[in-house]
Design a protein around this ligand. Structure first.
Ligand code: F6R
Length: 600
């Protein structure tokens, strides 16, 4: 979690660093800070709250005569949210910021008397430890190397040491990149942000120690040259356009990014599928792995693979998989799903299965991410950058990727006829236009339904078969952006316990696609209605006759199995968005969350 920026040589150090920190707010936003420095002086400013607070606090401070700056936006892991625990940690000799977690900080704290015993933050302990080493060793490079040998965990550090007027970058596990042009260097934990500044970039590798001194950059961990590569991402995802929130903008972008993703797949990526992927899919089992929304995409993928292929398939939460025994005698392909490609639980699960020589594939929206570097094969989604913390367009692109993969594998393994393959591919091709109309038509309905949810204390989501993960995702979206208590259940499970929750203060959203389980879903709705629970039925069935008290939304477009997740998830995104808007929550940056969860 957290976001890091560093700049050496710029005419507007403070403004640019604060601008970058605002873009990094998606990584956490409970406190922030900057340190300006030059060879004789370090000045640190920190504040609690969002970057706008830091901006106000540093407004009257001039950055003239400073040569560099480091900055940080925090998502608290160790130590409460307060000014002291905000980064950078600094004194007159040293300033540093860190992303990630130092796992052995308590051991270090107990071992060195110079480290105060009452501090709670792993980064503050690291700061005191490095200060101690800088006093002990004449050469700061030695201090840095010893520091790195001692600390354990997943981290990225950016450090300025006054003694030798040098800037150090250290990486193990957490992403950090360095871009440069002539004498100016920019550092950031999100490489895509750097493309607006420089077009040459270096992504640090685990174990890297980079030193910048007197415009000179070198690696201290080995003698290899730093090979800068091109970095030319040319989008501006931070422009909200006519939308009030990034989330709404990103919901509306779905038809376009799904179209782009589908076009790339059929014109490039999956052309000649058999030659490219036969070996990868020569397995008996597929396991789909992710966290949160990406896990829900994986669950949808499980239904796709189950329907279109003859392979054994299951889905797993990354945070659980890594502590399970693997059956590594079975030929298995693990498909990881991650928007950011940096989620620590997913990355660790990927590393875990790799240890047992399992085949791995990553579906991701971030081609420069750690997971891409780890996995055997990458399948990109082309959702472009997602800024809102709640995943919308990245999710539907993940689902599209899994839909395509399952069809391709089914066709290749002959478990799916050419006719059915072509029929489903055609449905996917028509999807963007269908969704564009759906968003337009459903938006006023979503506003109306959102008002109805205001009347209750809890909101449940029910679905069966492929609608079950859609229900889970609908519930996650609602709770994360509105803080409304919410849960998702498989319809068939209601009578085994959850129905006890139903009373007049609850709303249940029944997702009832027009399939062979439609009648059963409707029975669920009736049982809830009979217990005075409020009901919304989402369905494409034009006439819903059963029950009298339900709120029926029966004008969704006609769905097929393969496009059901899209047709039902987007209305749920809209309902959550408009409900949260009424509640007045911070929709793009909900409390306690962060866009990219790089701690375990
Ligand atoms: C919810 C949400 C999260 C992420 C999860 C995994 O809206 O965005 O549940 O899906 O943290 O993130 P990635 O996909 O980056 O691995």
């Amino acid at each position: 979690m957290c976001g890091i920026v560093g700049i050496i040589k710029s005419n507007s150090l403070k403004t640019e660093a604060i601008d970058i920190l605002k873009k990094l707010e998606y990584r956490g936003y409970d406190s922030a800070g900057i340190s300006l420095f030059e060879k004789n002086r370090i000045k640190t400013i920190k504040s609690v709250g969002k970057i706008s607070e830091l901006e106000k606090k540093s407004k009257n401070f001039s950055d003239k005569n400073f040569t560099g700056i480091i900055g940080h936006t925090r998502w608290a892991t160790h130590g409460v949210v307060n000014r002291n625990n905000a980064h950078p940690f600094s004194d007159e000799n040293l300033t540093l910021v860190c992303n990630g977690i130092i796992e052995n900080y308590l051991k270090i704290q107990n071992r060195y008397v110079d480290i105060p015993s009452n501090i709670q933050s792993d980064t503050e302990v690291s700061f005191y430890f490095l200060s101690y080493l800088l006093n002990k060793y004449k050469n700061p490079d030695h201090a840095i190397k010893t520091f790195l040998k001692t600390i354990k965990g997943n981290y990225a550090f950016v450090i300025f040491i006054k003694k030798n007027d040098s800037f150090y970058l250290l990486k193990n596990g957490s992403p950090i990149s360095l871009s440069h042009k002539a004498k100016s260097f920019y550092i950031c934990s999100d490489s895509s942000i750097l493309s607006s500044y420089h077009n040459k970039i270096y992504h640090l590798k685990d174990g890297d120690i980079i030193k910048i001194n007197n415009n000179f950059v070198k690696k201290l961990n080995n003698n290899s040259k730093i090979s800068f590569e091109d970095n030319s991402v040319s989008q501006n995802p931070y422009d909200k356009g006519k939308f009030q929130h990034y989330m709404l903008k990103e919901i509306h972008e779905q038809p376009k990014v799904l179209k782009d993703t589908q076009e790339k797949y059929i014109s490039e990526f999956f052309v000649d599928f058999e030659t490219k992927f036969k070996n990868l899919f020569n397995v008996n089992k597929i396991v789909l792995v992710g966290c949160g929304t990406a896990y829900h995409a994986g669950m949808i993928g499980e239904y796709y693979f189950n329907k279109f292929t003859n392979l054994d398939v299951s889905s797993e939460l990354a945070s659980e998989l890594r502590y399970k025994n693997l059956n590594y005698n079975q030929k298995t392909l693990y498909i990881f799903i991650s928007q950011s490609g940096e989620t620590m639980d997913t990355l660790m699960a990927l590393k875990y299965v790799k240890k047992y020589n399992q085949k791995t594939l990553i579906i991701t929206n971030s081609l420069q991410s750690s997971m891409v570097r780890e996995a055997d094969v990458t399948i990109p989604t082309y959702a472009l950058k997602e800024v809102g913390v709640a995943s919308t367009k990245a999710f539907t692109c993940q689902v599209l990727s899994l839909a395509n993969l399952s069809l391709e594998v089914g066709k290749m393994n002959k478990s799916l006829s050419n006719l059915d393959y072509n029929k489903n591919m055609k449905i996917l091709g028509l999807l963007p236009a269908k969704l564009k109309k759906l968003i337009k038509d459903f938006s006023p309905i979503a506003k109306y339904l959102a008002k109805k949810i205001t009347l209750v204390n809890s909101c449940y989501f029910l679905g069966r078969n492929i609608a079950y993960p859609i229900a889970l995702e609908g519930s996650l979206k609602l709770k994360e952006i509105s803080y409304m208590h919410s849960e998702g259940f498989p319809g068939g499970e209601m009578k085994h316990g959850p129905i006890a929750l139903i009373d007049k203060n609850t709303m249940t959203v029944c997702i009832a696609p027009n399939n062979e389980l439609y009648e059963k879903s409707l029975s669920n709705a009736q049982e809830i209605s009979a217990r005075n629970g409020k009901i919304i039925i989402l369905s494409s069935v034009k006439r819903i006759n059963k029950g009298s008290t339900e709120m029926k939304v029966s004008n969704l477009p006609k769905e097929n199995f393969i496009d059901t997740p899209f047709i039902y998830s987007i209305p749920l995104q809209l309902i959550s968005y408009y409900f949260a808007l009424n509640e007045g929550t911070d929709i793009d940056q909900p409390r306690n969350l962060a866009k990219s969860v790089t701690v375990e």
